[in-house]
Write a protein that binds this ligand. Sequence first.
Ligand code: SAT
Ligand code: MN
Length: 588
Amino acid sequence: MSEATLGTKNTAHPAISAWVEKMAKLCKPDRVFWCAGSEAEKQFLTDLAVHQGTLRPLDQKKWPGCYYHRSSPNDVARVEQFTFICTPLKEEAGPTNNWAPPAQMYDRLYCLADSAMRGRTMYVVPYLMGPPGSELSKVGVELTDSVYVVLSMGVMARTGVLAYEQLGESDDFNRGLHCMLDVNPERRFIAHFPQDNTIISVGSNYGGNVLLGKKCLALRIGSYLGHREAWMAEHMLILGVEDPKGEKTYVAAAFPSACGKTNFAMMIPPERFRDWKVWTVGDDIAWMKPGPNGRLYAINPETGYFGVVPGTNFKSNPNAMRSMQRNTFFTNVAITAEGDIWWEGKDEEPPPGLIDWQGRPWVKGEKAAHPNSRFCAPMINNPALDPAVDEPLGVPISAIIFGGRRATTMPLVFQAFNWIHGVYVGAMMGSEMTAAAFGTVGQVRRDPMAMLPFCGYNMGSYFSHWLKMRKNLQRPPKIFHVNWFRKTAEGEYLWPGFGENMRVLKWMVDRCRGRVGADETPLGWMPDPSDIDLEGMNYDRSKLEEALRIDIEDWKKEVMSQDELFIKLHNDLPVELHFQRELLISRL
Ligand code: SAT
Ligand code: MN
């Protein structure tokens, strides 16, 4: 393909054509570039980004196909305070979301977008979330004036003309508009219009705010659509555990951000489990729907990993390290003049002449990489990528795992008595604030199902939706809660975590397959400590007993502290959750 034909209009779809025309009229770009998703196009856009200074090639011997990007220092993370759910009624967005009336927000954002692309190019990025041909997959079209976004979308989603094929003549596609503006936090909004299947994001260029297929479509709009269409959009990793006989069991797990979802999704079992294998389906998002045999099936709508870099090394997550070895974009890590990169927690010592994420010579004691610096890597690089990732039906989920970062109270693992109890357990999920985070140390920040920043409608209705889904499942997944982060009074971790989590995962798989017993406790079904395989591990069984201990006094406090969430959501909280709490109190 010659450069002249790159970017030419590539669909006659009436609704797409009309909408792009309308947005182009508003934003007034010098040029509209229609992305087709070809290799030639990717090369052309990469060269352009390098020429513009948006991307910088890394040392291509060491980091083939990898590029460096530095963001504005004020634009390094998601912005919950500027994220809006614009449903016609405030109650539809619920008490956990920022809300604005749709008409008012459209006015405000159209005003900001007016002429915003003068002198710039508007890229039209058609994309597909999910495997081609899957009933669960969704089509989106993102309009953006950022080449970095176009290229990152190419990693994270199936972009290009294949999206048109999935769409056919249907008008059911997500409309996403992204304008960088001057990347100013005062003009930064991430607005969702669920009833129009529309997203408008302005004033940012950070992944979670601008790769509109990810949190915006796959979770916020997705959860709204799932409620309407009887499926589930969840902030969950999906992995497959293969036992020595080759039998695979799939689990989905929800942990709040920064609790090791990517590490768990890419886990390498310890030596004792060398005949076992963990396969990654996804590390962040699961779309799930009842399927054959009354089971819940899940797809990963994404095609890449947008992971936190600091702390990632060949010990903590070898498969993530291999995933980012080529064709990866690194944002806000530290770099050298030779195009090598470094971050806190990398295997090697910092190289000489390091430039920090803000472009200044690095000074020891200062952050070299931003704590939320990211890699954007294609999933096909992952040596443990499950071939079923492209399966249109998805994979059958045997277990759903909830977890948080809790220094106290929460035992290493327990299994909910049933689905309704499990929904209660997921709804009360949370992390304890550490000294580094805002708030009081030890206070629990509730993050129901790890969806607090991502649920695109009323959280109470979202719980009801979870409860209703049970009716469409003859064989619902078992629900578990884990906590890898419990500490002794002296502040020492009771469980080593990382690959050793395989031992707990095996117990859960065995539970799903009816191969191991459990003790009934006030919290749920718990393992007899002797049922957790500790062989080949330099670890004291008394620590495991401590990690599994139920402290009744702590649990009384736990139940009391759930008041805050119950009061916040009381208008729409399903009664089942009240009853579950009462039952827990009576068991305690
Ligand atoms: O910040 S992002 O939403 O892009 C990533 C995450 O928090 O999972
Ligand atoms: Mn996430």
